[in-house]
Ligand binder design. Structure first.
Ligand SMILES: *Cc1c(COP(=O)(O)O)cnc(C)c1O
Length: 411
């Protein structure tokens, strides 16, 4: 057993980020300035998007997206229940109503769940690319288009993910990314909005900085003017050059980070697939999963311990875990305000039961990865339900009958 606690998540920050931050501190440009501009340009290029607007969080990105699309009181916005609370909270902040949808396979929002919830008041849908895997966007976009509804993507987990070869960032009217400390790339706190709509980009940029007329940040440069006009009461959501200093280098390292995350996920898949007690995440057809989260589910009735017990056992073995997410409909505010009952969300309830996330981040060494595997398999071996009937390889038929069998190649 390892003798040092392995945190669920730690960022990978190198000397490049540190030196760049120091450079900003020495330069005197500590708020929005030239590095934010450069970070926006490089991010837009990476995502293949026309416009990128840097902000101080993904929460702000989602809030500004809704605001810029005119969402307000009386409007309904469909959000999946398997998400972080920010996705729905920002709808509330604008006086609109979040309508919480059940999810389909792999915890992802799909058109089937959205369709029955559409009303004359529905103005937007926020698909969440849960765990780092894109939703089935073709169907969602088609349904939204037919009904004149905006699609605003929550890509907090999905920087670098792709949908049928297209990088996430251009499919919806806006796409919101997170650079929170645990996300696939980080600026400490931070976010980005991408959009193909140039006019919307101007509006988003203005709303992010007090509603002031264009290039407000240039007021303090040589060529800038003291004059500005407030076009509407905007917000204070701008990113600083200190954050962008980190972002510039994190972005350059991102493909390497993703490769490492995918490598760890593949190692976990290989090690866990012979354990029928666990249901493993799957990469769906046409997706590039970036494994922001590697979430497994304990299958019912196979172990003598539940999720809480499993997590406690892992902690005793010095392995940190997390749960992504407690479904929105279970949180007191949403449950009590809108009277949601668990029965309305059968897929999410099934998905949530036994769900927890394992550490799987670039800063982990190969030894850390093996420690996680040893701890998880050790807990399973020690807590198997005695009634479990283990179905092995049916050699005569040449077929693997175990759950997850589709993932096993005959050797
Ligand atoms: C992290 C997260 C957010 C919020 O991101 P911040 O940058 O912390 O505001 C929004 N949605 C989802 C799905 C998230 O996981």
């Amino acid at each position: 057993m390892r003798n040092q606690f392995l945190a669920y998540s730690l960022p990978q920050i190198g000397e490049e980020e540190i030196n760049e931050v120091v450079d900003s501190l020495r330069s005197g440009w500590v708020t929005t300035g030239p590095k934010v501009k450069r970070f926006e340009a490089e991010f837009a290029h990476y995502a293949g998007a026309r416009n990128a607007i840097a902000v101080n969080s993904c929460t702000a990105a989602l809030h500004l997206s809704l605001k810029a699309c005119g969402i307000g009181p009386g409007d309904e916005v469909i959000v999946p229940t398997m998400t972080f609370c920010a996705t729905a909270n920002v709808v509330e902040h604008l006086g609109a109503k979040p309508v919480i949808a059940d999810v389909g396979s792999e915890g992802l929002l799909d058109a089937e769940a959205v369709y029955p919830l559409l009303t004359a008041r529905t103005r937007a849908i926020i698909p969440v690319h849960f765990a780092g895997q894109a939703c089935e966007m073709h169907d969602l976009l088609e349904l939204a288009h037919c009904r004149g509804v905006q699609v605003l993507e929550d890509a907090a987990h999905a920087v670098g993910a792709a949908y049928h070869g297209t990088p996430i960032g251009t499919l919806g009217r806006t796409t919101s990314f997170s650079f929170y400390a645990t996300k696939n790339m980080t600026t400490g706190e931070g976010g980005m909005i991408t959009t193909e709509d140039d006019q919307l980009a101007v509006l988003l940029r203005r709303l992010a900085l007090h509603g002031m007329s264009r290039d407000a940040w240039k007021r303090y440069t040589e060529t800038g003017s003291w004059y500005y006009e407030v076009m509407e009461p905007g917000y204070k959501d701008n990113m600083t050059d200190i954050q962008a200093s980190m972002g510039l280098h994190q972005l350059r390292k991102l493909d390497g980070f993703i490769q490492r995350r995918r490598g760890i996920a593949a190692r976990f898949d290989a090690a866990f697939r012979r354990y029928e007690e666990l249901q493993l995440p799957e990469e769906l057809p046409g997706r590039r999963h970036v494994y922001h989260v590697y979430a497994v589910r304990i299958r019912e009735g196979r172990l003598r311990i539940d999720r809480t017990g499993f997590i406690d056992e892992l902690r005793k073995r010095n392995i940190g875990t997390s749960v992504h997410f407690i479904p929105l409909h279970r949180h007191p505010y949403y449950r009590d305000t809108y009277g949601y009952r668990p029965e309305q969300f059968p897929n999410a309830e099934h998905f949530f039961k036994g769900l927890f996330s394992l550490p799987a981040y670039p800063r982990m060494t190969d030894e850390d990865v093996e420690d996680v595997i040893a701890a998880v398999t050790g807990v399973i071996e020690n807590h198997r339900a005695s009634t479990t009937v283990r179905v092995g390889l049916d050699v005569a038929a040449g077929v693997d009958l175990r759950p997850n069998a589709e993932r096993v190649l005959p050797s």
